[in-house]
Design a protein around this ligand. Structure first.
Ligand code: AMP
Length: 398
């Protein structure tokens, strides 16, 4: 039986794809179609024969996926020859309805549509990707893998906001959490590296990319996570504020006359590292900090201090912690962010080995000393493989 899954991540103006060997996790081919519906389109396809690029104007997701199918037949591998088992779609918001991946049918599409108010930017684009992929690849099963699903195990006291009860009942106001495929993959890899079953370990996962989130995982299940109703809450991110006093919103509206949309945009796109220092890219922030830039220094300190507070909180939530795992762009590559975030936590059994922490490597590894009470790990995330794995499991069990 074929294990190849075409993983599709459809954004509002881009479509990322990867043909993944579900057994090995290897991405056999993949690419991205960018600026869909905008001027100056750009496309990249990477296959066994190398990389090919295009600069066609692509007007819709349907055209984008046609470009992808053509790229597979022109540059390989042929989707037929790879014997495609299924298509796995990343869907950002599954609400309270989806605690697991699900086979896509008309009923599921209607349910995901109902969730659009909770993810107005993401779910419509995901649905568009699903709809065109089902039309163009009708002979294979399609599976939706939800970013929120891994966090559906949160207990009610962790996902409930202390706001009027009807807000949850009538409007779905609660914590959902995101980056679920990454937290799921990385926490099970952590158990594997420790030589134990996921059910036997407690892990704090720190996903630090453009978006950042922390999750407390007990025995393979998410029990708390830093992102909330939307991916704005929690850690400091590239352009998102993370936690703020909600009264700031009313204050800005009253004092500056800002609209809800303006405030929303400022907190999502003009805050975080960018708002503090003018720079959202962590590499550039590090360069500026090394050059003595005081705003970059403060941004770095705020970023790492917030991570440390979540580590402390999730340590208390879990009671005992077997591993702390860093993943995603900053988590995997910034030794200085890792060191600053976990500094002075030795009394909790958290130690870093400076040489291990600063050695560059693209593979999963320990950065704590041998026999440290809490293992500190760097594990490259692989959301595409996780989506492929979950897609295959779903097609085989439903
Ligand atoms: P991601 O969303 O996982 O692609 O992560 C993007 C973030 O990782 C950006 O802020 C990058 O600047 C940061 N990043 C990528 N590579 C490095 C690196 N070598 N050192 C520090 N930060 C990095």
């Amino acid at each position: 039986m074929s294990d190849h899954v075409l993983v599709i991540n459809a954004g509002s103006s881009s479509l990322k794809y990867s043909l993944v060997d579900g057994s090995s996790g290897e991405s056999v081919a993949g690419g991205i179609v960018e600026r869909i519906g905008e001027a100056g389109g750009s496309q990249t396809h990477r296959g066994p024969g190398g990389e090919s690029a295009g600069d066609e104007s692509i007007g819709s997701h349907e055209e984008a996926l046609r470009w992808v199918v053509d790229a597979f037949s022109s540059y390989g591998p042929s989707l037929d020859e790879s014997d495609l088992a299924a298509v796995g779609h990343r869907v950002v918001h599954g609400g309270s309805r989806f605690a697991a991946p699900a086979l896509i049918d008309d009923e599921l599409i209607a349910e995901v549509k109902d969730l659009v108010p909770l993810a107005p930017l993401h779910n419509p684009a995901n649905l568009e990707g699903i709809s065109v992929a089902r039309r163009l690849l009708p002979d294979v099963p399609h599976v939706a893998v939800f970013d929120t699903a891994f966090h559906q195990t949160l207990p009610a006291y962790a996902y409930t906001y202390a706001v009027p009860h009807e807000w949850a009942e009538s409007h779905g106001i609660r914590r959902y959490g995101f980056h679920g495929t990454s937290h799921s993959f990385v926490s099970s890899e952590a158990a594997r590296l420790l030589g134990r079953e996921p059910a036997d370990v407690n892990v704090i996962v720190l996903h630090l990319g453009n978006g950042c989130s922390a999750t407390a995982v007990r025995g393979g299940e998410s029990v708390d996570t830093s992102m909330g109703l939307t991916p704005l809450e929690g850690l400091v991110m590239g352009t998102r504020s993370g936690d703020v006093d909600p009264a700031i919103l009313g204050h800005l509206a009253r004092e500056l006359g800002w609209s809800v949309d303006e405030i929303d945009r400022a907190l999502n796109s003009e805050s975080g590292l960018k708002g503090l220092s003018g720079e959202n890219d962590f590499r550039e922030l590090s360069r500026r900090r090394a050059g003595g830039d005081a705003r970059a220094e403060l941004a770095f300190d705020v970023y790492c201090y917030r991570i440390k507070k979540y580590v402390g909180a999730y340590y208390a939530v879990l009671g005992t912690v077997d591993a702390i795992v860093f993943t995603a762009g900053v988590g995997q590559h910034s030794a200085e962010a890792r060191a600053a975030s976990l500094a002075n936590l030795e009394s909790l059994g958290i130690h870093l080995d400076p040489a291990r922490n600063t050695s560059e490597s693209s593979t999963a590894r320990f950065i704590s000393p041998d026999n440290s009470p809490v293992a500190v790990l760097v594990i490259p995330t692989n959301e595409e493989w996780e989506i492929a794995r979950q897609t295959l499991t779903t097609t085989r069990t439903t």
